[in-house]
Design a protein around this ligand. Structure first.
Ligand code: ADP
Length: 543
């Protein structure tokens, strides 16, 4: 039998056309640098995006050419998400939190032809222009100020283009649409390239009911940067369903986010644990009698929240649930589009008590459809899904990268049979729940036994006096390595190492697993994507 279904390519352009046809009245809200809100309809989004694509073709963009973005989360960045691929190009989101040197290096490695940049980020551009020369710099006047004549004005470019006569660049479903670099916490950043096909499949899977559960009536607040792992793919899902989007722009301080949440209450919000931790601590502090912010904010009860990118402490999940907000944790990486596992309430857990539900929610979750996942032990065999045996997570699937941009496939990153080696160490239980214990390079081996830094951190962060805790390995003559806990206390709180040890022993840690030493620090150093930067702590406390 040969004839089956129509052989049409999976394509992002279909999502754009669908949005233009079905959702033209729906809303996209962007917070501007002056904190006012700009409102667009999906109809405008559709026309502006086609204008952008048409203009890029007019500028000579060829199939497969990279167009970089250096932008906050807002409507124009969304236009780039769809307009650059519509013109046949590859959107390359640059991470504005990296050092200028790194941004310049990454743009050069990707050979970006054009750059789309927010005017408010031009001071950053001034620090990279001598490192890499883009053919054209297209400035989006996010602040409303006039664009200097040395640059191309984004809005003028769109105004001069004709959305009606635009035709999509011919494409195959395996053609590239977007590119992100890994944040390089383990070496030089490497480019990961996504295709129409991988993006559509990832969008469909992540949008399923138990995961994002996107509905047309949703109001989605993406706090996760659009320059990090494609904002977890949410922009694609949002446009597929025409949901109302609320973009926070550059205002990610907890006070600002809480103001925005009050103004435009979301039904679904996504962000990394760091920001969510400060959000809930600020909100809870505001409830206290005498707080200057008492009554200023309201968290929308019933809102769902997606949190991932780093371990989500159970204490954080409980803190949000006290306000009727349920956190769904996801695990993944730039290489995996990124969603690989999501922790959701499985049928088998119906009737489970609250403690059990929280315990599960604090795990990385269950592999999503189309992702094959295995845990390889040191001896090279697959570990049993018994909740105890640990090894490296390896994954394969149609939205998992098969290589890095212009880097030879190496054995450190891929297995002989083509699976991605994630560098994350985990166990999986009988229900398929993955529990991340560490990254390979963060493991602590004490007297021949592994101690999970993530477990210690989560338990410490459940202590009422602790705002944040990061645990690293320090060299030890007798035990080879021992855990060192770096603790940030909440304002006005006091606690001693003895208090923490008592607390950990109550949380079923054995005596030999307790930190060897505690260091009180002002803040945990962060990577460009807001994760604990343990390398910095290791350097600081090496001695
Ligand atoms: P990088 O690998 O360069 O830091 P990514 O953003 O791709 O950049 O990070 C992916 C990594 O983040 C994963 O390999 C894992 O170590 C960590 N991570 C992501 N989600 C979780 C999670 N839910 N729990 C624990 N770690 C996580």
């Amino acid at each position: 039998m040969q004839a089956t279904m129509m052989n049409l390519p999976l394509s992002l352009n279909h999502l754009l056309e669908r949005a233009g046809t079905l959702f033209s009245g729906n809303e996209i809200v962007s917070r501007l640098p002056d904190k006012t809100l700009r409102r667009h309809s999906y109809g405008e989004f559709y026309r502006r995006t086609r204008s952008l694509a048409s203009a890029l073709q007019g500028l000579g963009l060829q199939k497969g050419d990279r167009v970089a973005t250096l932008c906050w989360n807002h409507h124009a960045h969304l236009e780039c998400y769809f307009g650059i691929p519509a013109a046949g190009g590859v959107m390359h989101t640059l991470n504005l939190r990296l050092s200028p040197d790194e941004i310049g290096w990454i743009a050069g490695n990707a050979k970006d032809r054009f750059l789309v940049i927010d005017d408010v980020l031009l001071p950053l551009y001034r620090q990279i222009e001598h490192l890499y020369k883009f053919e054209k710099v297209i400035v989006f006047s996010f602040s409303g100020a006039r664009v200097a004549p040395e640059f191309t004005d984004y809005d003028a470019l769109l105004a001069a283009a004709s959305p009606d006569t635009f035709t999509y660049a011919p494409h195959d479903e395996n053609d590239p649409v977007a590119m992100c670099y890994t944040s390089g916490t383990t070496g030089r950043p490497k480019g990961v390239v996504y295709s129409h096909r991988s993006t559509i499949l990832h969008t469909l899977v992540a949008s399923l009911g138990d995961f994002w559960g996107l509905r047309g009536t949703d109001v989605v607040l993406p706090v996760t940067p659009m320059f990090h792992a494609n904002c977890w793919g949410m922009p694609y899902g949002a446009v597929m369903m025409g949901v109302k989007l609320v973009f926070p722009g550059p205002h990610l301080h907890p006070d600002d986010l809480l103001d925005l949440i009050k103004q435009e209450p979301p039904t679904l919000a996504l962000g990394v644990p760091t920001i969510w931790m400060s959000l809930i601590q600020t909100y809870d502090a505001a409830q206290a009698d005498g707080s200057p912010n008492k009554g200023r904010w309201a968290l929308p009860s019933g809102m769902k929240s997606l949190v991932g990118g780093a371990a989500v402490p159970e204490s954080l999940i409980r803190a949000f649930d006290r306000h009727g907000i349920w956190i769904l944790q996801g695990w993944g990486m730039t290489e995996t589009s990124p969603v690989c596992t999501i922790s959701y309430p499985r049928a088998e857990l119906r009737g489970a008590d609250a403690d059990e539900r929280y315990r599960r929610a604090a795990m990385a979750g269950v592999p999503v459809p189309l992702v094959d996942l295995r845990v390889r032990g040191d001896d090279g065999t697959d570990q049993a899904w018994d909740g105890k045996s640990v090894g490296e997570i390896q994954v394969q699937g149609p939205f998992i990268t098969a290589s890095y941009h212009e880097v030879p496939v190496d054995a450190e990153k891929f297995t002989d049979d083509g699976w991605l080696r994630t560098g994350d160490v985990a166990s999986v239980d009988e229900l398929g729940f993955v529990r991340i214990t560490d990254r390979t390079k963060d493991l602590i081996k004490s007297g021949g036994e592994w101690i999970s830094s993530v477990d210690l951190e989560n338990a410490l962060m459940a202590h009422p006096a602790v705002a944040e805790a990061a645990v690293i390995a320090i060299p030890d003559e007798k035990w080879s390595e021992r855990p060192l806990a770096c603790v940030v206390l909440k304002p006005g709180q006091v606690a001693t190492p003895q208090d923490f040890n008592t607390h950990l022993l109550k949380h079923s840690f054995a005596k030999w697993q307790l930190p060897e030493r505690y260091e009180f620090i002002d803040a945990v150093p962060r990577t460009s994507t807001g994760k604990f930067w343990k390398m910095k702590l290791r350097e600081q406390f090496k001695a």
